[in-house]
Design a protein around this ligand. Sequence first.
Ligand code: UDP
Ligand code: MG
Length: 331
Amino acid sequence: MDSAEGGAADRTANSASARARRGALLSVIIPMHNEEAALGPLFARLDEVLPKDVAVEIVCVDDGSRDGTAAALAARAATDPRLRVLLLARNFGQEAALTAGLEAARGDMLVLLDADLQDPPELIGEFIALWEQGYDVVYGIRADRSRDGFFKRSTAGLFYRVFNALSDVPIPPDTGSFRLVDRRVVEALNGLPERTRFLRGLFTWVGFRQVGVPYVRPERVAGATSYGLGRMWRLAVDGLTSFTTAPLRIWTAVGLALAGLALLYAGYTVLRVLIHGREAPGWASLMVVMLFGFAVQMIAFGVLGEYVGRLYQEVKGRPIYLVREKIGFDR
Ligand code: UDP
Ligand code: MG
C-alpha cells in the first residue's frame, strides 16, 4: 500500500496550517444546459453569498444549450471579470461539461455547482472551512430529498444500493456533483484516461481525505430538468459499467445454477421413463424451460453488449468534449 502511505505523508505536509483561504483562488464550475431562465437568480445568489475573503473565478460551461444561455453568458462575461465561459461544440452531457470545467479552471480549490440552485451556494463557506482543516474533498449529501419527487427518489435510492453492493469503491448515498475539491485531487482526476466519466465514482476512487456535509435539496429555481428517464438510465448504466464487472461475471453463476437444475430435471425424466414407461406430454414444461432459457441468454448478451460498446468507445479515443469558444480566459 505504497500509495496510501504516500497520501498520508502528503496529508501532514498539507495540513491545516498550510491551507488558508486568504490568497487562494476559488473556482466555481457550473455546467449549463438550457439554463437561460436560471441565470438571473443564479448570479444574484452568487453575488450575495460567495465568500468575500477569497478570490473567485466562475467557470461556466455551456453544454450545447439551444436557448439563449450562451449569448447571455457572453454578455455577462463582458462586464464581470470573475467570469470565464466555455462554449462546448454541442451537448456532451453533464459529466463531460464538468470535466471541461475542471480542466479549464485554475483554482486552488474547485466547487462543482448546478446552475438551477439545487445546490445551495451558501454552503461554500462551510466547505472552504473544512478544506482549511485539511479535507481534500468536501461533498454535499442530499439529506432531505422530499422536493425531488417520489420516482426520482426511489430510483436514485435503488441505484445507490445496487451500485454499492457491486462496486469495489462504494459511493456515499445521496451525493451528486455538488462538492469542493482540492487542486491535487483535480490533478489526479484530470490524469485519468477514461472517457466515460462517472464523476461521483471517480472522486471516490481517487481517495484522499473526504468528508460529507448534509443539506436540504431545494427545488429547481427556474427552467426544467435535463434528466428524463432515458438519461437517468444511461447515467446509471455508465456508472455501474465503469465501476464493476459484476454484471458480466454473474452469468457464470447463473449458467452454472441453470445447468445444475437442467441436470436434476434430466435425471428425474430418465427415472420417470424407467418407472412409468414412455409418455408424450411435456410440451408445456419444454416451452417454459426454452422461453426462460432464451430470455436469460438475451439478458446476458445485452449485458455483454453494454461492456463491449463501452470498450469500443474507449478504444476509439475520441475526446470527452470539444470547445467551440472560450471567453474571458485571457484575463
Ligand atoms: N447539465 C448539463 N448538460 C446536460 C444536462 C445537464 O450541463 O446534458 C447541467 C444542468 O444545466 C444543471 C446540472 O447539469 O446545471 C444538473 O442538471 P439538472 O438540474 O437537469 O439535473 P437534476 O437536478 O434534475 O438531476
Ligand atoms: Mg437540477
